[in-house]
Design a protein around this ligand. Structure first.
Ligand code: TYD
Ligand code: MG
Length: 458
């Protein structure tokens, strides 16, 4: 076998060097050189990674109008997990490379083991490559999951060549690699998990996936700092990036598609971690509404998780503080978005929060990442600041809408679906921009009752 050489390539300017340098000799950036394996170019076509240049001058080819391009119907493998199928765009596409990212302990190994178990039960050939845990540890998990999980063939291996050889010999329909950060390509000197290693591992697995039609699910850890140290560098390479979010201590998890070549990136699925594994939560709205407290500081947000409406409870706590600057804590909503909402509340609704700690949280550990959450956050904070219950005190009040910087209420996507969902769960009073509400002040007056005293100085 021809020996492949390694080179160091600058990720800023693509300069190649035979030796590693702390600082790129060409562009003088620090810490940009990444190790890469160079195989001698094959005599026929010098195929490289996706988008990579193909070698040599070839004869011109005739371009084809898109209309005349044959688009075969792609059959998909159902994972047996409805929420996962939906996020994938209808199931796993044969030969595709899926990256599943998430922080440690969120449930990546659980959902992938359960998926392979379901596929085995449906008569598919699968392979589980565990680099992190021993086969015995994975077996213990499989015992809890039940179903076909105990029938899943496993190898506990971290050597990339061995993994590729096994995939080529076994030719599974779907292969899970848990995780991409622990596999090791022997040609490279870098430690497993380094950028060069992770890229090489994913690139080789991708070639293997495309050539054999094996769908590969790569599991990747997100580091504590939120930098997808490994996975980020792979996003352009893979067909689909799924992100598993939530807090380990809480039961609810959301699965989102951040990139999907075979479906929409708007989809999200809700799961609950139970003793017997991850369970899909199909009636998430019903649960969150039933759990809503109806106390001051609580409001139901009619949000959209992709194409699906979801009702979640937003809670706020406003407490006087001596701290300068006061604390601003956001769980499940974006911190910057919260800062904006607080500024608009202060400036345009007369609710002073300068000497108060503000905590905002979406109940159940769900994350809502959409501007349509602004109004609900503002209502919850205002209600907490005044110690007044929103709505009529019987059914919880629901809300949605984006806040503009001048305090105006802006349109949020799919108002009809949000309203229908609220109605379905008995929430008849919904504050939203289409309801004759021009701005935040009017919405607060409507939500907190006309007779309310003006803002309590905090
Ligand atoms: P795991 O899938 O190992 O997380 P990851 O691969 O993302 O690091 O699961 C993490 C947690 O889930 C672990 O703390 C135990 C818990 N768990 C359950 O609560 N129920 C179960 O059935 C299983 C398998 C795990
Ligand atoms: Mg794991």
């Amino acid at each position: 076998m021809a020996k492949s050489a390694t080179v160091y390539v600058c990720s800023a300017c693509a300069h190649e060097s035979a030796k590693w340098h702390g600082r790129c000799p060409a562009c003088e950036e620090w810490s940009t050189l990444v190790e890469e394996a160079r195989r001698p170019a094959a005599p026929a076509a010098g195929r490289r990674g996706p988008g990579g240049a193909t070698g040599g001058g070839g004869a011109p080819v005739e371009p084809v109008a898109l209309r005349n391009v044959q688009a075969p119907h792609i059959p998909r493998f159902s994972t047996g997990i409805g929420e996962l199928d939906r996020v994938l765009g209808g199931g796993i596409v044969p030969g595709s490379l899926v990256l599943l990212g998430g922080s440690p302990g969120i449930g990546k190994s659980t959902i992938t083991t359960a998926t392979l178990g379901n596929l085995v039960a449906a008569g598919r050939d699968v392979l589980y490559v565990s680099g992190e845990e021993s086969a015995a540890q994975v077996r213990l998990r499989a015992e809890r999951l039940g179903g076909g999980a105990l029938e899943v063939p496993i190898i506990a291996e971290t050597d990339l060549d061995t993994v590729i050889a096994t995939v080529e010999a076994e030719q599974p329909d779907v292969c899970v690699v848990d995780s991409v950060q622990v596999l090791h390509a022997a040609q490279l000197t870098g430690a497993p998990g380094s950028v060069g290693q992770v890229r090489e591992v994913a690139g080789r697995l991708m070639r293997c996936a495309k050539e054999r039609g094996t769908a590969v699910i790569l599991v990747g850890h997100v580091t504590k700092e939120g930098a997808l140290a490994g996975p980020r560098v792979l996003e352009h390479l893979v067909d689909c990036v799924l992100s598993f979010e939530g807090e380990r201590e809480r039961t609810y998890r959301t699965l989102r598609a951040l990139k999907n070549r075979f479906g929409s990136t708007n989809e999200a699925g809700v799961f609950e971690m139970r003793d017997e594994g991850l369970v899909e939560v199909e009636d998430a709205s019903a649960r969150f509404v039933a759990e809503a407290t109806r106390a001051p500081g609580s409001v139901v947000l009619a949000s959209m998780e992709g194409s699906r409406p979801l009702l979640v409870e937003v809670q706020a706590l406003v407490a006087p503080t001596e701290l300068v600057p006061p604390r601003r804590m956001a769980n499940g909503v974006d911190r910057n978005r919260l800062a904006l909402v607080l500024a608009v509340l202060t400036r345009h609704a007369g609710i002073a929060l300068g000497s108060a700690d503000v905590f905002v949280s979406v109940a159940g550990g769900v994350r809502v990442d959409e501007p349509g959450a602004d109004l609900a956050v503002a209502l919850a904070v205002a209600s907490a600041a005044r110690g007044a219950v929103l709505g009529d005190g019987r059914a919880p009040l629901a809300a949605f809408g984006e806040l503009g910087l001048t305090g105006e209420l802006r349109h949020a996507a799919h108002p009809d679906r949000r309203l229908a969902e609220a109605k379905k769960f008995g929430l008849t009073s919904v504050l939203h921009p289409g309801d004759g509400l021009p701005d935040l002040r009017t919405a607060l007056r409507r939500g907190l009752g006309a007779g309310e005293a003006p803002a309590r100085a905090a």
